[in-house]
Design a protein around this ligand. Structure first.
Ligand code: GDP
Length: 312
């Protein structure tokens, strides 16, 4: 039960600020112009950069559009929007090799272990809670592991979400050994025949070596129970921090093998363009997006729906 609003509506509502920002800037860039000339391309470049798409990705998009303008000789500015959409979708496709399955689909492994990383405040606990809720709604057997033992609040918050989602949690309180919690969670999941395991971790970026050591220790002990675990290392980033999220992503990808991104808080920000740039620059797929505070506001990322919601 996804509540009153449909998925598309939630996405569209959540991207409202990004859409209005992008469309009004695009409108200004082509005003009084009927062909896509160098000036329009320059303005388009600025539109994308100020929409948080990121410089490298913006240049990629501009080069693709330039090539099409050359090939087709004449393009009017109303065609420009359509081409821009197509090129963004194509660019997202390059990093979309392993789109996550919808929550009801059979999990690739049993238990399918997802380790979730990210710095405090980005929405990590909330994202785990929302994932648990979705999987539970789809009749999956879920187990949470509270391995962010550094903050008491993290364990408490995750416990609240476990109740809300109706899924059990393994926790040993604050200051417990995160690796021990992760080990117990995966062992218990195996014994119960759980479908999905979600492990919360403390993402302290204070020093890269410390983070790397802690995360690799957690990974190591889990793989003693389930050799391929974790099957997924999901990095949660706060989209509303724009280029800061990009910096965090770079730091984390250097410390641990990230297999996917979850971008939160897209509602309430005009920085939705970050979704386009971040996956392209890091070569890591965006797997989930958060477009609101309710459980149903977490969505499996779909590039076509995303781009449509951003432009329509
Ligand atoms: P953590 O410290 O990374 O575990 O962050 P939390 O999960 O506690 O989230 C921090 C705040 O962000 C909470 O108030 C959440 O409700 C809020 N939050 C998380 N995801 C979203 C989202 O997609 N949209 C909005 N509007 N708020 C979110």
């Amino acid at each position: 039960k996804l509540g009153f609003k449909k998925k598309e509506e939630r996405l569209k509502d959540g991207l409202e600020k990004s859409r209005t920002g992008l469309l009004s800037k695009l409108g200004k860039a082509v005003i009084g112009k009927d062909t896509v000339d160098d000036e329009v391309l320059d303005d388009l470049e600025e539109v994308l950069i100020t929409s948080d798409v990121g410089v490298a990705t913006t240049l990629k998009i501009i080069r693709r559009i330039e090539a099409r303008v050359k090939k087709d000789k004449y393009l009017n500015t109303s065609e420009l929007q359509q081409i821009l959409r197509e090129e963004i979708i194509a660019l997202l496709r390059e990093n979309d090799t392993d789109k996550p399955a919808e929550f009801g689909a059979e999990t690739p492994a049993k238990p399918h272990v997802i380790m979730v990383v990210g710095v405090n405040g980005v929405g990590k606990t909330t994202t785990i809670g929302k994932l648990a809720w979705h999987y539970r709604q789809a009749d999956k057997n879920v187990l949470l592991g509270a391995a962010d033992t550094f903050r008491a609040a993290a364990v408490n918050q995750l416990t609240i979400w476990s109740e809300r989602a109706g899924v059990p949690i393994v926790q040993q309180g604050q200051n417990a050994d995160p690796a021990a919690v992760a080990y117990d969670t995966v062992a218990s999941a195996k014994k119960r025949g759980a479908d999905v395991v979600l492990i919360d971790t403390a993402g302290r970026l204070h020093n890269k070596k410390g983070l790397m050591d802690e995360l690799s220790k957690i990974k190591r002990v889990m793989s003693k129970v389930v050799p391929e675990a974790p099957h997924e290392v999901l990095l949660v980033l706060d989209a509303s921090t724009g280029q800061n999220a990009m910096q965090q992503a770079k730091a984390f990808t250097q410390a641990v093998d990230i297999t996917g991104l979850a971008l939160t808080k897209l509602d309430g920000t005009a920085k939705g363009g970050i979704v386009i740039g971040i996956s392209s620059e890091l070569n890591v797929p965006v797997k989930y997006i958060g477009v609101g505070e309710q459980a149903a506001d977490l969505q499996v990322f779909d590039r076509v729906s995303f781009v449509n919601a951003l432009f329509d």
